[in-house]
Design a protein around this ligand. Structure first.
Ligand SMILES: Cc1cc2nc3c(=O)[nH]c(=O)nc-3n(C[C@H](O)[C@H](O)[C@H](O)COP(=O)(O)OP(=O)(O)OC[C@H]3O[C@@H](n4cnc5c(N)ncnc54)[C@H](O)[C@@H]3O)c2cc1C
Ligand code: FES
Length: 507
């Protein structure tokens, strides 16, 4: 029986120690730094600041630990597929080498943190392979090998893949790592709590205003938190400030895990070919299981999400003989136009910071981002990486044709959906499992009939900026094609930047 959940959360649920829970909060809570989001980024930022004696509070909108970080493949590598070659093309070889070196240091820092706080999270050494099956992918691999060496990341071009795939070029990185992410997040939370960090799960940040020497952050229970700095570690920034959400492409990836047949060859691999494929092995209930990820889709765009998840499942079956899939899930990455993260000051106020845009490689990037943010908060020199990764850097929106295309498509989807929904006249009878988006009078209604026959109706206008949502048949959700917000069939927010549910329709 396949469970629609991440294998990592099935094995462990991150928790906040009771002594660190911010329960009976005063009307206005004061903190030096408010970290918004308790994924890998927020926890590493909080820990690094708390270790320097800074007073930190972490809030998280969701149920604790249910985030991108626990829906990841969690291969902690430093070279990130062919990202170095891509950064060299967009920003230059020096920025690419700095990116690689920062991630190599981030990987090392994660190892030291796990060891220093004695975090039990199945950390193991790993060899990671990047490959291409296409002749036209060879140059990027060779350029990545060259830049990796300059960045101090051991890279060997050539050799044999640990999986039964014929590659035209292979790159082997020794000294990488694997962890169980839910256990890592749990351990980082405990380490933060021991250093005096306060946690408020189930609380989301909504607004930020400047009140003289401090920031006043409005939160979802109607109260306020006063902070010296705020760090948006919410993956998608929740503030419409500096247009950050306009510069990020939200891309959904599909994942599965299942037992490997005896004798099957598998290991940690990634190909940037289209469709991308990423694999690793995990010991699950005493047996080796394959974790496979791939088939990226821009949120709310393209065809059926289920068809993409099915395609990944066929690949796992054909290549590895994995037929008995135990877990399937999906999550989204955020890609910047120049392949570099967006870390630092986001708008005009130097106290409002963020860290996001890690593409498909958030673990070592989060550790590197934590260093930059630590410097920005404490006033020390963050070094040249801070300029490379500055969210306000010039040219970012135009850096990648895909981002420009995304902007254009946003308008296309918006207008196209409105026109198409206006054109319809009669609502067809929805069969169980079917969904529709239709204009009715002044509003557009998104409908889904579940497998029990119950009809779920919500207003189709995304509460972020009004684009019309699209049906996601794999995750059974309403997804916005504009900036990646997602909603449940009853309209609840699953992913931001929206933070208000879709309007309910009372029939
Ligand atoms: C399928 C998949 C596979 C991946 N594989 C790898 C891999 O092998 N190696 C690797 O390094 N990276 C990988 N990544 C990328 C990596 O998982 C992410 O970059 C990383 O987890 C992002 O972490 P984060 O802490 O920034 O965000 P998250 O983990 O999403 O945490 C953000 C938190 O912010 C909270 N939040 C959001 N809005 C608000 C608000 N307004 N107020 C309060 N809280 C809020 C959310 O509830 C959430 O808990 C993968 C990603 C995907 C999708
Ligand atoms: S996410 Fe921006 S309009 Fe929907």
């Amino acid at each position: 029986m396949t469970q629609a959940t991440s294998i990592w959360l099935a094995g462990c649920q991150p928790n906040v120690p009771a002594s660190a829970l911010l329960t009976d909060r005063e009307a206005t809570w004061n903190t030096d730094v408010l970290v918004v989001g308790a994924g890998i980024t927020g926890l590493l930022v909080a820990l690094s600041l708390a270790e320097s004696g800074v007073d930190v509070t972490v809030i998280d909108a969701g149920s604790f630990g249910d985030n991108t970080s626990t829906h990841s493949t969690v291969k902690i590598t430093a070279a990130h597929g062919t990202t170095l070659a891509r950064v060299a093309r967009s920003t230059g070889p020096d920025a690419a080498v700095r990116y690689g070196a920062a991630n190599a240091a981030g990987l090392q820092r994660l190892r030291e943190t796990i060891s220093r706080f004695d975090i039990s999270c199945d950390l193991i050494d790993d060899v990671h392979f990047v490959y291409t099956t296409r002749e036209e992918g060879r140059d990027d691999l060779l350029e990545t090998a060259r830049l990796s060496s300059l960045a101090g990341i051991p890279a060997i071009a050539g050799g044999t893949l640990p999986i039964p795939v014929d590659a035209v070029a292979v790159l082997r990185h020794e000294g990488q790592a694997l962890v169980q992410p839910a256990a890592l997040l749990d351990g980082l939370t405990a380490a933060c709590a021991a250093l005096g960090v306060w946690f408020a799960p189930g609380l989301s940040a909504r607004t930020v205003e400047s009140l003289g020497s401090s920031l006043r952050v409005g939160v979802s229970d109607g109260s306020f938190i006063a902070a010296g700095h705020i760090v948006q570690a919410s993956h998608m920034p929740f503030l419409n400030c500096g247009g950050a959400f306009m510069r990020l492409v939200p891309s959904r990836a599909f994942a599965l895990a299942g037992p490997l047949p005896a004798g099957a060859r598998a290991g940690s691999t990634y190909t940037p070919d289209d469709p991308t494929r990423s694999t690793r092995v995990v010991q699950w209930e005493g047996h080796p299981w394959l974790v496979a990820v791939g088939e990226h889709q821009i949120v709310g765009r393209g065809g059926s999400s289920r068809a993409l998840a099915d395609s990944l499942a066929r690949w796992a079956s054909d290549v590895f003989g994995v037929t008995d899939v135990g877990f399937t899930w999906a999550a989204q990455d955020l890609h910047s136009g120049d392949h570099l993260p967006m870390v630092g000051q986001v708008g005009s106020d130097p106290r409002v910071l963020m860290a996001t845009g890690f593409g498909g490689w958030g673990y070592s990037n989060a550790a590197a981002a934590a260093e930059v943010l630590h410097s920005l908060v404490t006033g020390s020199d963050p070094g040249p990486l801070a300029a490379d990764w500055d969210p306000r850097r010039t040219g970012l929106p135009q850096a990648l044709p895909g981002v420009v295309a995304t902007g254009a498509e946003v308008t296309g989807h918006f207008v196209g959906d409105r026109l198409r929904s206006l054109a319809g006249s009669k609502e067809p009878n929805l069969e169980p499992g079917q969904a529709s988006v239709r204009r009715e009078g002044r509003r557009t209604v998104a409908r889904y009939r579940d497998h029990s026959g119950d009809l779920h109706e919500v207003d189709a206008a995304c509460t972020h900026m009004g684009c019309l949502v699209r049906w996601n048949d794999q995750d059974v959700s309403w997804d916005c094609p504009c900036h990646g917000s997602r909603f449940s069939i009853s309209g609840d927010v699953l992913d931001g930047p929206a933070h208000t549910p879709l309007g309910r329709i009372s029939s």
